[in-house]
Design a protein around this ligand. Structure first.
Ligand code: F6R
Length: 616
């Protein structure tokens, strides 16, 4: 939610800020702004409603705004409509404090009332303006330096935030603070860079500092100092990011989403290789990087998985796979419900939090709730150094690399690998999977990247089919068991990027109401990868066909009579049925992508969405 950048150094700041914001636009894109300072002069603030390119045009790609110190912001509106007035940066009336903010200040109304009583007036509807003016208030009231003024503000403010602020009296300096919203800093070649996420600064440096929760930082050219809430200096270690800067570029593809779909064989292979090692010619699971020993795993009697959106869908797959392979009970729940439900957490429960960004507010809160209740937590996380990665007891690091498209594809696929590996590791530790079975499963898992590649080769056929449904009103996805879990993801992929209403149904539930929605020509996608359930789902497909539905079948069973039933079929390569999601999801991702393309939509940045949801 919202992206922040900052720069101080020898180079001109504005082009660097605009470039950094372009890497963060996936976090929000309804307005953007920069504030740049030339020496002691007052910052020049330029803002624009709409996409970043409008701000770039307004500033002649940054060339029109001079200065070597500045901050920038791309917004996903929470308080106040998207408009130039509400866009960041915000400033105190005398330009004493200028800042940008990511997150939500929950008690902003109370703070605003307080500031109004002290003579402040407000020009925007944002909570950010309140935070900036509160800093200004404490700075002037107590005659303190920036760190103390920010610390006093942090103590008074409730909510989540990452802030970047410049003070009139401190040219060449940027101050940053955070609570529950991410912020990274890099120092290289006498210059200092700041961003909400690694891709914003990756092309400048791979050596990153993470500001801790409730900490602050002072950035000067080539220098950064960290402080705790007491104003004491804090020492930090550098984390080296292994991501390649090119990974955050489109590399010849039209959109990040299709580029990331193509990256799946590689990132799935990398993630498998991180936990499956070749020992004497045989694959063996090695969970040492996760930090979980066989003894730890054997001690868990229950698993609770909690996550949001697509990561939650991985949890639904994991529930089927883990229970079937290990007979350990698994419950899966969306994190926004889990955190407020007073959940029952029996002893010896492992709580698994799945998150690409590692910053999703509800998932992070669920993790903290589980830890407060004394449960051990495992984070399945893509972003190194993210809050969930730092706070979980154990971490399975997925190796998807930077995911830029708002709709997840490659991160989802690597999370599936983490889920399968956890199931196998648990089955091994509990002694319920034989050595032969484990070898068989791991060997099969290693074949998935090549099978995913084969499916991506089907893209032209899928594009042809998808373009017919650009005008669809409703689409339904049906399947049973794991196929239902696959449908959940397929349906989300379609609706979020194409704006076509779609729903996933457990195929057996159709007759309990949904079937009344089927009209002549309604597209129904049936997913059939589970041999036991194939005939049942086929029957449900026939039922909707006889009510006019147009049928697409995604199936691994070419020898059954699917082609007599479905109007369009994608056959997926055979695999162990526990792993079928990794294959069946590929055509579903492609269908979503190509329908969006044929509608001429902004695939990578669908309306109203942001990639990293750091507010509740
Ligand atoms: C959908 C999508 C979202 C995320 C969800 C959780 O394509 O990307 O549903 O899966 O917002 O995000 P993370 O995984 O960052 O916690």
């Amino acid at each position: 939610m919202c992206g922040i950048v900052g720069f101080v150094g020898k180079s001109q700041a504005a082009p660097i800020l605009l470039d950094g914001l372009s890497k963060l636009e996936y976090r929000g894109y309804d307005s953007a702004g920069i504030a740049v300072r030339d020496g002691d002069a007052e910052p020049v603030v330029v803002k624009a409603k709409g996409r970043l390119k409008i701000l770039a045009e307004k500033t002649n790609d940054g060339a029109a705004v001079k200065g070597t110190c500045g901050i920038g912001h791309t917004r996903w509106a929470t308080h106040g409509e998207p408009s130039e007035n509400n866009a960041h940066p915000h400033c105190s009336d005398d330009m004493n404090v200028v800042g940008v903010h990511n997150g939500i200040i929950e008690n902003y109304q109370e703070l605003k009332d307080k500031l109004i009583r002290h003579g402040y007036t407000f020009y925007s509807q944002t909570d950010t303006e309140v935070a900036i003016k509160l800093i200004d208030y404490y700075y002037k009231k107590y005659q303190v330096g920036p760190i103390d003024a920010i610390a006093k503000t942090m103590v008074r403010v409730r909510g989540s935030y990452a802030l970047a602020v410049m003070f009139k009296d401190y040219p060449g300096e940027i101050y940053a603070a955070r609570k529950d919203s991410p912020m990274v800093i890099g120092v290289t070649g006498g210059e200092t860079f700041m961003g909400s996420d690694v891709p914003a600064i990756l092309k400048h440096t791979k050596d990153i500092y993470y500001i801790g929760n409730l900490e602050m930082a002072r950035l000067r050219a080539g220098e950064v100092t960290f402080f705790n809430l007491d104003g004491d200096e804090v020492q930090k270690d550098i984390t080296e990011i292994k991501w390649d800067a090119d990974a955050a570029e489109k590399g010849g593809f039209e959109h990040f989403m299709i580029k990331e779909i193509h990256e799946q064989p590689k990132v799935v292979r990398d993630t498998i290789n991180s936990v499956v090692k070749d020992v004497n010619g045989k694959p063996e699971l090695d969970f040492s990087s996760v930090g979980l020993t066989d003894e730890d795993l054997a001690g868990f009697d229950n698993i609770i998985i909690t996550a949001c959106g697509s990561a939650y869908h991985v949890g639904v797959v994991a529930q089927y796979v883990i229970e079937d392979l290990t007979r350990v009970p698994v419950r899966v729940e969306v994190a926004s419900e889990f955190r407020y439900r007073n959940p029952i957490l029996p002893p010896n429960t492992l709580v698994v939090i799945i998150s690409q960004s590692g910053e999703t507010a509800d998932s992070l809160a669920a993790l903290r709730e589980a830890r407060n209740r004394g449960c051990k937590t495992l984070g399945i996380v893509n972003v190194v150094g993210s809050s969930i990665a730092r706070e979980a007891d154990y971490v399975f690091q997925t190796l998807a690399g930077p995911e830029i498209a708002v709709a997840t594809t490659k991160a989802y696929s690597t999370q599936l690998i983490a889920a399968y590996s956890l199931a196998i590791a648990l089955g091994k530790a509990k002694g319920v999977l034989s050595e032969e079975k484990i070898t068989e499963l791991l060997t099969e898992m290693q074949t998935l990247p090549d099978k995913i590649s084969k499916l991506i080769e089907e893209k032209d056929r899928i594009q042809w089919f998808s373009s017919k449904f650009a005008n669809a009103k409703d689409v339904f996805y049906i399947g049973r068991g794991i196929d239902y879990a696959i449908c959940l993801e397929g349906s989300l992929k379609l609706k979020e990027v194409s704006y076509i209403h779609s729903e996933a149904y457990a195929a057996g539930e159709l007759k309990h109401g949904t079937i009344s929605l089927i009209e002549d020509g309604t597209l129904v996608v049936g997913v059939l990868t589970q041999s036991q359930l194939f005939e049942k789902t086929i029957s449900n497909m026939v039922e909707v066909k006889s009510r006019g539905a147009y049928l697409c079948g995604i199936t691994s069973y070419g020898n059954y009579s699917i082609e007599d039933t479905a109007d369009f079929t994608v056959f997926i390569p055979k695999t162990d049925e526990h792993f079928a999601t990794s294959l069946a999801v590929i055509p579903l991702q492609l269908i979503g992508y190509y329908i969006s393309v044929s509608k001429g939509l902004d695939v990578d940045k669908p309306r109203n969405l942001a990639k990293s949801v750091t507010v509740e």
